[in-house]
Ligand binder design. Structure first.
Ligand code: ITT
Length: 187
C-alpha cells in the first residue's frame, strides 16, 4: 500500500521514506492550518480537509510538528513554521541564548485518515537550543541538540532513531502492520 503523505516539506518525506517499508508518495497540498495550541487539532483538521480535497477515496497522512522552547512557555510551538519563515532559526537561537534556560523539545503529531477513522501517532524528543551546527536535516535541526549532536549533524537514519518524527513513525508502522484487514483503501 502506498502512503499518501500530504506535506509541502520534503524533509518530512525523506524521513518517512527512510523509516517505513511501504512506498511513500508526497502530495503537495497546502491544507488549512487552523489556529490552535494543540498540534493534534491542527493535524486532524488538515487530514480531513486534505482527504476531501483529494477526492475522498484514499487514506492520507499528515504531520504537524513544532519546536517548544521552555524559556518561552513553548513558543514557537504550533507557530514554528511562521517563525522559521519570519525570524529564521538563527534568531530563534539568539532569543533563547539571551535566556537562562536553553531547554526545548520537538513534538510531532501524525494523523492518518481514511474517511472513516482518524488515528493519531505522536512523538517528542527533548534537547537544547544551541548555535547552528551541521548541514543535514531541515528547519530547526541545526539549532536543536540532543545527546551532544544537533539533528543537522545526524543522518536521516540517526535522526529517526531518536527524533519526535521517528517515534511517531514507529507507532504508525506498528499500527499499519497490526490489522490491515480492518483498514480501507488500496493495500
Ligand atoms: P507541512 O505543514 O506542509 O507539512 P511545514 O514545514 O509547514 O510543512 P510544520 O508546520 O509541521 O510543517 O512544521 C513546523 C515548523 O517546524 C517548520 O518550520 C518546519 O521546518 C519545522 N520542523 C518540522 N519538523 C522538523 C524537524 O524534524 N526538524 C527541524 N525542524 C522541523
Amino acid at each position: 500500500m502506498t502512503i499518501r503523505f500530504v506535506t509541502s516539506n520534503e524533509g518530512k518525506v525523506r524521513e518517512a521514506r527512510e523509516y517505513l517499508s511501504e512506498p511513500v508518495e508526497q502530495v503537495n497540498y497546502d491544507y488549512t492550518e487552523i489556529q490552535s495550541d494543540d498540534l493534534a487539532d491542527i493535524a486532524e483538521h488538515g487530514a480531513r480537509e486534505a482527504f476531501e480535497h483529494l477526492g475522498g477515496e484514499e487514506p492520507v497522512l499528515v504531520d504537524d510538528s513544532g519546536l517548544f522552547c521552555d524559556a518561552f512557555d513553548g513558543f514557537p510551538g504550533p507557530y514554528s513554521s511562521y517563525v522559521q519563515h519570519t525570524l529564521g532559526v538563527e534568531r530563534v537561537y539568539d532569543l533563547v541564548d539571551a535566556e537562562a534556560n536553553d531547554r526545548a523539545y520537538f513534538r510531532t503529531v501524525m494523523v492518518y485518515y481514511d474517511g472513516d477513522e482518524s488515528v493519531s501517532f505522536e512523538g517528542a524528543v527533548p534537547g537544547r537550543i544551541v548555535a547552528p551546527r551541521g548541514e543535514g536535516g531541515f528547519g530547526y535541526d541545526p539549532i536543536f541538540e540532543h545527546d551532544g549532536q544537533t539533528m543537522a549533524e545526524m543522518t536521516a537514519e540517526e535522526k529517526n532513531a531518536i527524533s519526535h518524527r521517528g517515534r511517531a513513525l514507529a507507532k504508525f508502522a506498528d499500527w499499519l502492520a497490526a490489522e490491515p484487514a480492518e483498514r480501507k483503501g488500496p493495500r
